[in-house]
Design a protein around this ligand. Structure first.
Ligand code: FES
Length: 107
């Protein structure tokens, strides 16, 4: 079962940038890659729960603003110390200039 939610407009994020998206009790990070594709991950660093939307995006990597931990936001993969737990990623689709994310709970 899907749960597609409108997160933002396509024009709200520049290429190689990230923005925060809050929905319900959770926070997410929306990225626009250098290839103009959009990606969504959980919004908090898995090290100490800092907002990744305040971090730096370089190519397909987001760097946490607190201890410079890095994740590949296209896969959620932690890329080395001090982060060792991957980020959850979410399906994304574009419709009528809007970015939609599927926030359905999955096992
Ligand atoms: S809080 Fe993100 S690397 Fe430490």
């Amino acid at each position: 079962m899907s749960n597609w939610v409108q997160a933002c407009g396509v024009g709200d994020i520049d290429a190689e940038d990230v923005m925060r998206f809050d929905h319900g009790a959770k926070t997410y990070a929306i990225y626009r890659g250098p290839d103009d594709r959009f990606y969504v991950t959980d919004g908090l660093c898995t090290h100490e729960a800092v907002h990744l939307a305040d971090g730096l995006v370089i190519d397909t990597i987001v760097e946490c603003p607190k201890h410079n931990g890095r994740f590949d936001y296209t896969t959620g993969r932690a890329k080395g110390a001090p982060v060792c737990v991957d980020l959850r990623t979410y399906p994304v689709k574009l419709e009528d200039g809007k970015v939609l994310v599927d926030l359905a709970e999955r096992p």
